[in-house]
Design a protein. Structure first.
Ligand code: APR
Length: 234
């Protein structure tokens, strides 16, 4: 599913260059529903992001899917990397995914929610599946800054490797329980900010595993004029 592309009013010369740049940045961002390990090769995706754990040796969720698709060579290669701290990222070859045109996998380790800056009592009170209190102002928890760092790290790897089209899953929103609407705003906000400043990657596609997950990204994008400006409570 592609986002409705934001088109500047044709022939409207009064629109500022900044407006066009803004529009261009949003137009280079897409959201689709699918499995990041079996994307349509015609999309021209040349790097995918993995939501890994600090060992980089695989696990469940998208990490497990990527390791299965890339094959054992990926695990063997990652055994030489010495792991990766939360909030950082490391690039590897795509191994078994190269047949789909993917050249690189950028493994990044997202934060676990609730954020560490919640009190022990608050965290102890968390029961599995309980609603997660994400009333804190966006960007003002330690977990928010770690998740933002993941995105900035993979964008830096994309620039380093001259990536044309980068596909990214919803980092930290599965096993790590980061609230999905909050994560979508952090993901979009930093992708938008990067594309305002950089030509590489030319395109970023957020790959969601369900329509509901994609809806969080669409909402984040369609309401960007509110929360990105005010940075108010979400
Ligand atoms: N393609 C795209 N998205 C996927 C896929 C897939 N094949 N599989 C899962 N997802 C989605 C999940 O639905 C979720 O929205 O990726 C998002 C991230 O969920 P997880 O994979 O659970 O990753 P995360 O929450 O970051 O937790 C990382 O889980 O799998 C382990 O080894 C991993 O310990 C690490 C932890």
């Amino acid at each position: 599913m592609e986002l409705p592309q934001f088109n500047p009013t044709p022939g409207n010369d009064s629109a500022s260059a900044a407006d066009h740049q803004l529009n261009d940045s949003v137009a280079r961002i897409r959201v689709l529903v699918g499995d990041i390990t079996s994307l349509d090769p015609s999309l021209g995706i040349d790097a995918i992001v993995n939501a890994a754990n600090e060992s980089l040796l695989g696990g469940g969720g998208v990490d497990g899917a990527i390791h299965r698709a890339a094959g054992l060579e990926l695990r063997k290669h990652n055994q030489t990397l010495g792991g990766c701290p939360t909030g950082l990222a490391k690039g590897t070859p795509a191994f078994g995914l190269e047949k789909q045109g993917i050249q690189h996998i950028f493994h990044t380790v997202g934060p676990i929610w609730p954020p560490e800056d919640q009190s022990e009592q608050e965290q102890a009170a968390m029961v599995p599946g309980a609603p997660i209190d994400d009333s804190a102002k966006l960007g003002y928890t330690y977990a928010d800054t770690l998740l933002a760092s993941c995105y900035m790290q993979v964008f830096a790897l994309a620039v380093q490797h001259n990536i044309e089209h980068l596909a990214i899953p919803a980092i930290s929103t599965g096993v790590y329980r980061f609230p999905k609407p909050r994560a979508a705003r952090i993901a979009f906000g930093h992708a938008h900010g990067h594309l305002l400043r950089a030509e590489i990657p030319n395109k970023i596609t957020f790959v969601c595993f369900s329509e509901q997950d994609a809806a969080y990204y669409h909402d984040a994008i369609n309401t960007r004029g509110q929360w990105m400006v005010s940075r108010g409570r979400i």
